[in-house]
Ligand binder design. Structure first.
Ligand SMILES: [Zn+2]
Length: 367
């Protein structure tokens, strides 16, 4: 098909598709500024609709006739919004709207319960609707290069999600329950404004590739070593001085860590600052209480527990070895270890209380 024949040709093609009840309609590269008027009349036969690479600024308000479309390609247009009626396309499997000017997604997107692939890369989204959490078959979610500041916690209900691309946004934090993505194999959050990753990321046990470059991370969660399937880890351009000791347990093939203020073996003062030995063998009562509250998942922030304890609970850290919580009573040191093929990096080990806890063994002696 020759390109750029314009609106007339497109109108003819739509007519032809209606007459011959075609399953597929390709209107890409037609320099269309508006959709052919008859488009909504295509009815319930069409399965694939390709309107990509045009100059569309909008779609018809009523798409309810196109209820059998499974693949909708709208990428490389000038769309500023999608009509709410897109929620009627309940058989949609793939929706590609990358490279448009979308400011928001319609809440009705939550009705697309067959959708497996959603690509919104390179738009100007400032948020995603919480209803996205209802798109339960979603496997691939691309939100790369938008203006997102956060993601609704509801998104963590997408249990089948395998790939999540969030890079080049303005995210300052990730959803607390990100660990619910047990099927996720790839995640990209590079180029955001993250200061830390939620501890629950260590529950994403299928993760094979993780990109967190160009953020403001000061460290990684202590239990990263639980990501036993991780083969690629990219943490370039952050503020990391030492990695968690549990990384020593991983067998990553590709590890990029440059442009971080990593400690080196000659930085005696820096190493000393991260070395700590508790005064007493047994943790004080306050520490033990805080650990108990944390371990039992007791609801705090309700004013029911002493203020001193309440304040402490927000500063929980996780033991490098046993994964248990600790607050101010801990033992820590830095050792150097090869991660990936070449990188000998500083690993920070923080142990809750090795004494009397058989599960809590220093990592160096494990190897
Ligand atoms: Zn421990």
């Amino acid at each position: 098909m020759a390109h750029g024949m314009g609106a007339l040709v497109a109108a003819e093609m739509v007519e032809r598709a209606i007459t011959f009840q075609l399953l597929e309609l390709d209107l890409s590269y037609q320099h269309l500024k508006t959709c052919p008027a008859q488009l909504p009349e295509l009815g319930s036969i069409l399965v694939t609709l390709n309107l990509s690479n045009n100059r569309l600024t909008g779609l018809p308000d009523d798409l309810s006739n196109l209820c059998c479309v499974e693949e909708l390609f709208l990428q490389y247009n000038c769309l500023m919004k999608l009509p709410e009626s897109i929620g009627c396309m309940t058989r949609l499997y793939e929706l590609d709207v990358k490279n448009n000017r979308l400011v928001a997604l319609p809440a009705s997107i939550g009705n697309l319960t067959c959708l497996a692939i959603l690509n919104t890369t390179n738009n100007v989204l400032t948020s995603v609707p919480p209803s996205l959490g209802r798109v339960i078959k979603l496997q691939e979610l691309c939100l790369h290069s938008n203006r997102l500041k956060d993601l609704p916690e509801n998104v963590c209900k997408l249990k089948d999600l395998e790939s999540l691309y969030l890079g080049e946004n303005r995210l300052e934090c990730l959803p607390f329950k990100i660990g619910h993505f047990r099927q996720m194999t790839e995640m990209d959050v590079s180029g955001c404004e993250l200061r830390q990753l939620p501890n629950s990321i260590c529950d994403c046990v299928s993760l094979k590739k993780l990109w967190v470059c160009s953020n403001r991370l000061m460290g990684l969660p202590a239990q990263m070593g639980r990501l036993v399937n991780l083969k690629e880890l990219h943490v370039r351009r952050n503020q990391i001085r030492a990695f968690p000791a549990s990384l020593a347990r991983l067998h990553v093939y590709t590890f990029t860590a440059y442009n971080n203020p990593l400690l080196d073996e000659y930085n005696k003062l820096g190493l000393q600052r991260l070395t700590k030995e508790p005064k007493d063998d047994l943790p004080p009562l306050l520490e033990l209480s805080a650990r108990a509250v944390y371990n039992h998942g007791i609801e705090h922030n309700t004013g029911c527990i002493p203020q001193e304890l309440e304040a402490l609970l927000s500063s929980v850290r996780i033991c490098s070895s046993c994964g248990g919580p600790f607050f101010f009573h801990f033992r820590s040191n830095v050792f150097f270890h090869t991660v990936g093929v070449f990188h000998r990096v500083p690993l920070l080990q923080q142990l809750c209380s090795p004494l009397g806890n058989k599960k809590c063994v220093p990592l160096e002696s494990k190897r």
